[in-house]
Design a protein around this ligand. Structure first.
Ligand code: ADP
Ligand code: AMP
Length: 220
């Protein structure tokens, strides 16, 4: 079982890279943000609860988030592991993941931190457009669709996320950068952290992530 955790601030490029890594590693990409957005779309009880936090740019409570993630990890496609994107985002979540993996005789193999300065994060989130059907991620400057407003992969309309408006972005960064620092410390202490320069072009970031994973394998 291989569990890889992708860490980074909102807008660092986690979702973009997780899809590319999924294709390389052959394990599913699990993003708690995507799970919450699907719950909000479905209008489920979970979605109603999560929406209140997401609208304000706040983290959803650890209790709700951990339960949702562990339920997802228990599904058959994650038997051989997963790439976790956007989880854990607090120390409590990191400890809950460690405990669940330890109970299955496993552990987080690598925590990959995609580092991007705050000014660039704001710029990226302002230019982010996502596919309304499947969440494929584009950027007006760095990764534009071939036909404006249309997803290259399935032809759906592209939309901006409700929480990518400037004031919500600022609230998200305020709260989430401090929490991220705690999670980074947690994985540094566990000796599984690798930091990657997220300012590089998208394919170069992917190569750096793959190299960090290979280095961990040969060292372990
Ligand atoms: P996260 O999942 O960390 O919030 P995303 O993967 O959604 O971040 O990326 C945020 C925005 O930045 C998207 O518009 C994406 O296309 C763009 N982006 C991702 N990686 C890069 C990169 N290396 N250089 C420039 N823009 C990028
Ligand atoms: P993301 O798509 O990763 O940017 O997440 C969108 C929003 O979902 C975040 O701003 C939070 O409100 C919520 N969220 C996603 N993952 C988590 C998490 N691990 N813990 C708490 N809230 C989360």
């Amino acid at each position: 079982m291989t569990t890889v955790v992708l860490l980074g601030a909102p807008g660092a490029g986690k979702g973009t890279q997780a899809v590319l890594l999924r294709d390389r590693l052959g394990i599913p990409h699990i993003a708690t943000g995507d799970l919450f957005r699907a719950a909000v779309r479905d209008g489920s009880a979970l979605g109603v609860q999560a929406r209140r936090y997401m609208e304000r740019g706040q983290l959803v409570s650890d209790e709700i988030t951990v339960k949702m993630l562990l339920d997802r990890l228990a599904e058959p496609d994650a038997r051989d592991g997963a790439i976790l994107d956007g989880f854990p985002r607090t120390r409590v979540q990191a400890e809950a993941l460690d405990a669940a993996l330890a109970a299955a005789g496993s552990q987080v193999d690598r925590a990959l931190l995609v580092e991007v300065p705050e000014r660039e994060l704001v710029r990226r989130l302002a230019g982010r457009w996502i596919c309304s059907m499947s969440g494929h991620v584009y950027n007006l400057a760095a990764n534009p669709p071939q036909i404006p407003g249309t997803c290259d992969l399935d032809g759906s309309n592209l939309v901006q996320r409700a929480d990518d408006k400037l004031e919500t972005v600022q609230a998200r960064l305020r709260q989430q950068l401090a929490a991220l620092a705690d999670v980074v410390d947690h994985y540094r202490d566990a000796n599984v952290l690798a930091a990657i320069d997220g300012l590089q072009p998208i394919p170069d970031v992917t190569e750096a992530l793959v190299a960090a994973l290979a280095a961990a394998r040969s060292a372990g």
